[in-house]
Design a protein around this ligand. Structure first.
Ligand code: BYC
Length: 338
């Protein structure tokens, strides 16, 4: 197994059980867990936790990690075609950040007892999900700016509350990720501002990209709360702090104002300020499209997965070499100690 995981912990309840007769019952462990959540304390890797809590964390964190590394692909397509050295350097840094986010997140998920190999196998065999948004193509340079502005903007809206998630290793990883995502969003907005001050053709290119990315960005927040299968448990356990619909609304409210600054229109005839609600109303989302994309039938699902699997297979020699080196070094150290 090629992994930088720490050793998997013996669960605390097993350690104490091994000490003798003073074992806590499952109900007492559960009560301690609930009390920690009520106090707002973090749950840490070696703490007792219900199996369902562990499973939902592995599911969400590994999906999040997969989204980061698959998310490198649509933007990676434009590194060699960036219009200037400055834009190329920014894009390279952004895509590298996303690789780093994937690594922090895989490491956080590994603390729950699932190996990186297992998680990657689930991705490569199509059993694991990753964000629907990365199954859309990046057709022009303006798509790169719009991904920064809308996709990273939606990501931050969703991810800032995860910095207060009840599972310590995930929450701590999210703090750094959110700082970097914030730079990603700003660079996207700035790049679009430059294009919008350019020629009519550049402005049209931005508007076309906004038209294509707006609705898929709203889908990033997941299904409506009423259809969110995991949302109830995740809120109860303090993994999610804010529901899918409330986050989506916060994103719309923030983005409408930014669109005015940019001078682009958002492709929704139903978008209007609702004085009574104090929010922007928006039109219906095409959930059939969302389900098709999540189910593997989006415009780029097959291409994205094939690229990931190829990268994994092409990298096999690096993993083999690293393991062979580690074995040689261990043997040398054992000989020296003998
Ligand atoms: N795409 O019960 P629900 C990024 C699934 S990367 C695909 O509400 P939950 C970035 C959901 O998994 C952005 N699937 O789920 C990187 C569930 O299916 P399963 C990624 C989706 O977990 C590079 C089912 O639908 N961010 O920032 O309570 C460049 C029902 O949903 C999606 C994260 O992963 C979707 N959009 O809530 C730029 C953040 N939505 O698993 C940017 C962490 C839902 O039961 N994740 N599904 O088979 C979360 O916050 C939550 O997992 C979600 C969904 C809000 C996404």
């Amino acid at each position: 197994m090629y992994t930088q995981a720490m050793d998997l912990p013996t669960p605390a309840h097993e350690q104490i059980a091994a000490r003798g007769p003073m074992t806590l019952t499952e109900r007492e462990w559960q009560a301690q867990f609930d009390a920690k959540l009520d106090r707002g304390d973090f749950i840490e890797a070696k703490d007792w936790m219900p199996d369902a809590y562990r499973r939902t964390l592995v599911r969400q964190i590994s999906q999040h990690a997969h989204s980061e590394i698959v998310g490198m692909l649509p933007e990676g397509n434009w590194i060699t075609r960036a219009p200037s050295l400055k834009r190329k350097a920014i894009l390279l840094a952004k895509v590298q950040d996303e690789g780093g986010h994937g690594l922090y997140l895989y490491a956080a998920a590994e603390t729950l007892g699932t190996s990186r190999d297992e998680m990657l196998d689930a991705l490569h065999t199509g059993r694991a999900k990753y964000s629907s948004i990365f199954n859309y193509p990046t057709l022009t340079w303006a798509d790169i700016g719009v991904i920064g502005w809308l996709v990273d903007g939606a990501a931050i809206m969703n991810q800032v509350p995860l910095c207060r998630c009840s599972y310590g290793p995930y929450a701590r990883a999210m703090i750094r990720i959110c700082k970097e995502e914030s730079f990603h969003q700003r660079q996207g907005f700035e790049s679009l501002l430059v294009l919008m001050r350019g020629t009519q053709a550049q402005r049209d290119m931005v508007q076309d990209a906004v038209n294509r990315w707006w609705w898929p960005s709203l889908m990033m927040f997941g299904p409506p709360d009423g259809e969110s299968t995991n949302g109830g448990d995740s809120m109860k356990w303090g993994i999610k702090r804010i529901g899918n619909d409330a986050l989506r609304q916060k994103f719309v409210d923030a983005t409408v104002e930014q669109a005015k600054v940019l001078g682009v229109s958002l492709p929704d005839p139903d978008l209007r300020w609702n004085e009574a609600r104090g929010h922007w109303d928006f039109g219906p989302i095409d959930w059939d499209e969302f389900k098709a994309v999540v189910g593997g039938h989006g415009p780029c699902n097959k291409e994205r997965l094939a690229t990931r699997v190829k990268a994994w297979n092409d990298g096999a020699w690096v993993r083999d070499a690293a393991l062979a080196h580690a074995r040689k070094r261990e043997a040398r150290e054992q000989r020296a100690a003998a």
